[in-house]
Design a protein around this ligand. Structure first.
Ligand code: NAD
Length: 377
């Protein structure tokens, strides 16, 4: 069973889909592992570390007879054409609105698994890439905010005078938001947070932040069975905007993380709200890749919007690549472990198995995932 770990071809991508630890684990499962030379460089993993863990170092051409390819991002068309028919390709596939790319994966006879579709059940927690990466992104968002902000975060009482604590407002208190709250608190900021899910209130408060939200009847029913946010009504969004507007004017830093699975990110901050902030305020829009929570956010840039800087960094977990790759590699290895048949020791592609069924996008020439398969008349 040959397993290949390539260099990520996307220029934005700094992570790698294996670590020395995951290589050891996968080798023990019976995989013959080849890592493309230099694949770990941006994650501070030298080739020698992969070799010491039991991998061989190869080239991009090693993809052509690999049974499994571990990726961070969905492969580009040029990569897809280099894979063996029947191979399993596992990565963060970002499948929404990508019908053409899914058709290409299907047409190449690949079984492509999207790690972000992993069910959020207890046994799959170790495979939850949304959590492992969002947690680091939430941390990094605060570090980025502190770097761009021209004032201190903690209150400092010095002989020369008092520096006030920064006021940080976190919008969306899921995995990333909760870590942003915890990190901002550690840096000494005064933190408030909001979310549309009632369950978030207790979590926010347990981290020592104040919860701010429109807590009406719609709010009380705003969580799906899977624990995700629902798309809120226009009336709710209006009430939320009014509350947000008055609060934001008093904040120094705003970190937005609000997402709704499979939909564009909700627009939470208007240009007018940004204009109301103090000079030097900073907004970090972690949802910028999904359309953005903040009006005026530009993907990949720091935009000057009125008195504030709106930071739209892409791939924020990739800005902390050495940590992000370690966790991501662990997520992948844990998933692969469930795919190796205990008796035969061979890779078992079985789309009736719960985790494979939930994550498989394409198989045997077809797009098989019900959320992405073309509609049948
Ligand atoms: P996410 O990335 O989908 O969204 C981020 C946050 O934005 C969510 O908390 C969401 O409620 C919030 N949001 C959406 N629309 C909003 C709006 N208009 N205004 C303000 N906030 C808005 O969420 P996530 O981080 O993936 O977490 C989703 C849920 O899954 C949480 O309940 C989390 O605790 C849960 N979770 C469960 C597991 C598990 O059981 N294994 C693992 C991780 C997360």
């Amino acid at each position: 069973m040959k397993l290949f770990v390539p260099i990520e071809r996307d220029a934005e991508e700094t992570r790698v889909a294996a670590s020395p630890d995951s290589v050891k684990k996968l080798k023990a499962l019976g995989f013959d592992i080849v890592v493309e030379a230099g694949a770990g460089t941006s994650s501070r993993i030298p080739d020698e570390a992969f070799v010491a863990a039991g991998a061989r170092i190869g080239t991009a051409a090693d993809a052509k007879d690999a049974d499994v390819v571990l990726k961070v991002r969905r492969p580009l068309p040029a990569e897809i054409s280099g894979y063996k028919k029947g191979a399993a390709i596992i990565g963060i596939m970002d499948p929404y609105g990508q019908d053409e790319a899914l058709q290409q994966l299907a047409a190449a006879g690949l079984t492509a698994y999207a790690m972000e579709l992993m069910p959020r059940i207890t046994r799959a927690q170790v495979m939850d890439v949304l959590s492992s990466q969002a947690n680091l992104a939430g941390y990094q968002a605060v570090i980025d905010a502190a770097a761009v902000y021209d004032r201190a975060f903690p209150m400092m009482m010095t002989a020369a005078g008092t520096v006030p604590a920064a006021r940080v407002f976190v919008m969306g208190a899921g995995v990333a938001g909760l870590q942003a709250i915890a990190t901002a608190r550690r840096l000494g900021a005064i933190v408030t947070a909001t979310d549309v899910r009632p369950a978030a209130k207790e979590q926010v408060e347990s981290l020592g932040a104040k919860f701010i939200a429109v807590e009406d009847e719609e709010f009380k029913a705003a969580e799906t069975a899977g624990g995700y946010a629902k798309q809120m009504s226009a009336q709710y969004q209006q009430k939320q905007a009014e509350l947000t507007a008055s609060h934001i004017a008093k904040q120094d830093i705003v970190i937005t993380t609000a997402l709704i699975p499979g939909r564009p990110a909700p627009r939470l901050i208007t240009r007018q709200m940004v204009e109301s902030m103090r000079p030097g305020s900073v907004i970090i829009d972690l949802a910028v890749e999904r359309g953005g929570n903040v009006e005026g956010a530009i993907p990949g840039e720091i935009a000057a919007v009125g008195p504030a800087k709106v930071v739209g960094y892409l791939n924020v977990s990739g800005r902390i690549a050495a940590s992000a790759s370690l966790l991501y590699a662990k997520n992948l290895a844990a998933f692969l472990e469930t795919m190796v048949d205990k008796e035969s020791g061979l890779l078992k592609i079985d789309l009736t198995e719960e985790l494979q069924q939930a994550t498989a996008l394409t198989h045997d020439g077809k797009v098989v995932h019900p959320a992405f398969a073309p509609a049948v008349d």
